[in-house]
Design a protein around this ligand. Structure first.
Ligand SMILES: [Zn+2]
Length: 155
């Protein structure tokens, strides 16, 4: 892989500076989720019959079983459902500590997105905090849908 693919990845505060190829294996259903960050958005699957959101995407709606499903831009907002802080440098280029989080998207808080929280101190992150997507270009058309705190809305 070209060396410039890690540039944005390495430069962000709170992101593990880990060199690819540890990127996702992307199937057709997941393309919008992994590439939608090009426009700053978060793309989740939505059923065109009943409106239910889904993640990860599946060929059939989890609620009404319709096969009329496809990606839709979500608000990109959510809350921290859970998190942990990794302090272990699993690879020589892995900058620690960093936050691994489970985010519940605003449109469908029963869903879970496994992600990182960037530009946040490991001591300030708390369950329930409002977050918003802040995609990071890691090359090959892949944008990691990581999140940052919505600082103006913290309680
Ligand atoms: Zn449905």
């Amino acid at each position: 892989m070209p060396s410039n693919e890690t540039a944005a990845w390495v430069g962000r505060a709170g992101l593990p500076a880990l060199k690819l190829p540890l990127g996702p294996e992307i199937n057709e259903l997941e393309t919008a989720f992994w590439s939608g960050g090009q426009d700053g958005g978060l793309y989740l699957q939505r059923c065109h019959t009943c409106g239910a959101w889904a993640h990860p995407p599946f060929p059939r709606c989890r609620v009404c079983k319709s096969e009329d499903v496809g990606p839709q831009r979500a608000s990109g907002r959510g809350t921290v459902y859970s998190f942990t802080v990794n302090h272990q440098p699993w690879a020589p280029d892995l900058a620690v500590p960093y936050i691994i989080a489970v985010v519940a998207p605003e449109e469908a808080p029963e869903l879970r997105l496994y992600t990182n929280i960037v530009e946040a101190g490991v001591d300030e992150i708390k369950i329930g905090m409002p977050v918003e997507v802040d995609p990071v270009d890691v090359g090959d058309g892949v944008w990691l849908p990581v999140f940052r705190l919505r600082r103006s809305e913290q309680v």
